[in-house]
Design a protein. Structure first.
Length: 269
């Protein structure tokens, strides 16, 4: 059910969770209420068996402007937060982002309009980023004398390579949708009016895949840049043993031998 007073609209239909940031007048900036709501929704999506795919988006042509700059100004005028408070607060945010990034379900970010700062970081936690033609991505932190947060220092170099990531983080320049696709941030670009439909279509096509196989593949792939070959092969062996012992695999093999339609067939879907 959608709570009209909530900063995030959350609904589940036919196995697909739609998570829509719903503060467009504030450019979906991360207020404390929004962060608390998002943390609870991530936990719900992660643990509910009736949710197979998650689609994250903004509202009214805005994905997210990231941090609440007006709130930062107000806090600075009041003396600001002690460093230890901010450190603990960011640790809590990092735990939520790790749960979101490593959720063993497909996560699709449908980015329409600006994805700045922390909003950029949030989009980078998704498995697949679909962008509208008016999407703009920006690691804007340097403009306010801050370092990238919301995991950007981890995710961006893995998406675009270290040199390009340094350039984007050092300059704070905006990246439009076409460049975002060219350098590996966005997977595909669509007109704004069809973006959400394309994201939901992708979600539906992914639903029939083995949840266990996708989850294990994602978990291992997310560690591919942080481990050597031996560690990855060890994870591969353990993960494959689990998959090959599962009912999904046994059913798929039987369907193949008996020339029956496969449950998951990307081309046919």
């Amino acid at each position: 059910m959608t709570d009209q007073d909530s900063p995030i609209d959350f609904s589940v239909e036919s196995g697909i969770a739609a998570v829509i940031m719903a503060r467009p007048k504030q450019r979906n900036a991360f207020s404390p209420d929004m962060q608390d709501s998002f943390r609870a929704i991530v936990e719900e999506c992660r643990t509910r068996d009736d949710i197979n795919v998650v689609v994250l988006s903004g509202m009214d042509g805005v994905f997210s402007a990231g941090g609440d700059i007006k709130g930062m100004v107000a806090r600075a005028q009041e003396g600001g937060y002690p460093p230890e408070f901010m450190r603990d607060r960011l640790y809590n945010t990092h735990r939520m982002l790790q749960d979101f990034r490593n959720m063993e379900k497909p996560v699709i970010a449908a980015v329409d309009g600006p994805a700045y700062g922390g909003g950029f970081g949030l989009a980078l936690c998704a498995d697949f980023i679909l962008a509208s033609e008016r999407a703009v991505f920006c690691s804007v932190f340097c403009r306010i004398g801050a370092i990238p947060d919301y995991g950007v220092l981890f995710t961006l170099p893995r998406m675009v390579g270290l040199q390009r990531a340094k350039e984007l983080m050092a300059t704070g320049r905006p990246v439009d949708a076409n460049e975002a696709k060219a350098i590996g941030i966005a997977m595909d670009v669509y007109p704004a009016e069809t973006l959400q439909d394309e994201a939901m279509n992708l979600a539906r096509r992914l639903q029939d895949a083995s949840a266990v196989a996708f989850g294990i593949t994602k978990r291992i792939a997310n560690q591919a840049f942080d481990n050597d070959a031996d560690a990855l092969l060890e994870m591969e062996a353990a993960g494959q043993a689990i998959c090959l012992a599962g009912d999904y695999h046994k059913d798929a093999v039987n369907r193949f031998v008996e020339k029956k339609p496969m449950r998951f067939n990307w081309e046919a879907s």
